[in-house]
Structures are given as C-alpha cells and as structure tokens.
Design a protein around this ligand. Structure first.
Ligand code: ADP
Ligand code: MG
Length: 145
C-alpha cells in the first residue's frame, strides 16, 4: 500500500514518525529517499520515540551508523559507494531479523536492502512542509485519519 501524509513542522513529522515507530517490529527495514534537509534524521527521532527508546537520535553523518540499544540501527549511506565500504559500516554484522533498520541515502545500497524493505520518501514542499510517502503494509492504515 502507498500512504501519503503531509506535515507542516518538524514536530508534526516527529509525531507521525512516532506513530509509525509504535507499529514497527524486529526485522523491519525503513529505507529513506530524500535530499539533504528533507527530514530523514528528524523522522528517525520520531521512530525511536515510538519504539520507546527515548529522544536518542542524532545525525549519523559522521559516524555512518548509530546503534540505539541494539533495537534500532540508524545508518547514513551518503558516502557509501561500494560493497567494501558498506561492509565497514557493520551493515552485515547486525542481526537484521532482530532489530529495526532505518537507512538514510538508501539509494546508495539498493542492491543490498533486505527483501522486506519499506521505502519512505520525504519531499520538501515548502519551508516547513514535507510530503511523506510510505510503501508499507496495512499496519499503517489508521495513521493520519
Ligand atoms: P536529513 O536527515 O534528511 O538531512 P534532517 O532531519 O537532519 O534532514 O533535517 C531536517 C531539517 O528540516 C531540520 O532542520 C528540521 O527542523 C527542518 N524541518 C522543517 N520542517 C520540517 C518538517 N515538516 N519535517 C521535518 N523536518 C522539518
Ligand atoms: Mg540526516
């Protein structure tokens, strides 16, 4: 199913992402698409809140990966150009079935994404406006109604 939501502030994006985070389970993988500043890291903050992990998310741009209590693994693939670099992030070492993956710049590792990956697009439609599109299952049907 394709879900489309529009948010009008970072807080609204976090609130939406929190509701999605509440429905995530081990083995889920969210692959973001969206330019710099679209809100990928902000969205991940909401996911962590929804998963009950608290306000723990920071931008992984320099670290490439943040591991929030081994439940949520947050990757930034901006500078990942090939398979060897992907290995250095630990991408293959995490027990994917036991955690939730949230992946910024996922287009850089398309071929390595798990089969059950959900794609989430963030588009800037105004200074504080974002159009958020998720390809996901029926779990998310009651969000934003
Ligand atoms: P990315 O990780 O995609 O580069 P960030 O989440 O780090 O983006 O940054 C998004 C920026 O846009 C933040 O400064 C945030 O406050 C701002 N912003 C403004 N409006 C929104 C919105 N509706 N949703 C998400 N972020 C927003
Ligand atoms: Mg980011």
């Amino acid at each position: 199913m394709t879900y489309v939501w529009n948010t009008h502030s970072p807080e609204e994006t976090i609130a939406l992402a929190k509701r999605i985070g509440e429905k995530l389970k081990a083995g889920d993988c969210i692959a973001y698409r969206g330019d710099l500043g679209a809100g990928k890291t902000t969205f991940t903050r909401g996911i962590a809140l929804g998963m009950g992990l608290g306000d723990c998310v920071t931008s992984p741009t320099f670290a490439l990966v943040h591991d929030y209590g081994e439940k949520l693994i947050h990757f930034d693939m901006y500078r990942i150009m090939d398979e060897n670099e992907l290995e250095t992030t630990g991408f293959y070492d995490y027990p994917q079935a036991e955690c939730v993956f949230a992946i910024e710049w996922s287009e850089n590792i398309d071929a390595a994404l798990p089969a059950n990956t959900m794609h989430l697009n963030l588009e800037r439609t105004g200074d504080e406006d974002r159009r958020i599109t998720l390809e996901g299952d029926e779990r998310f049907a009651d969000i934003g109604t």
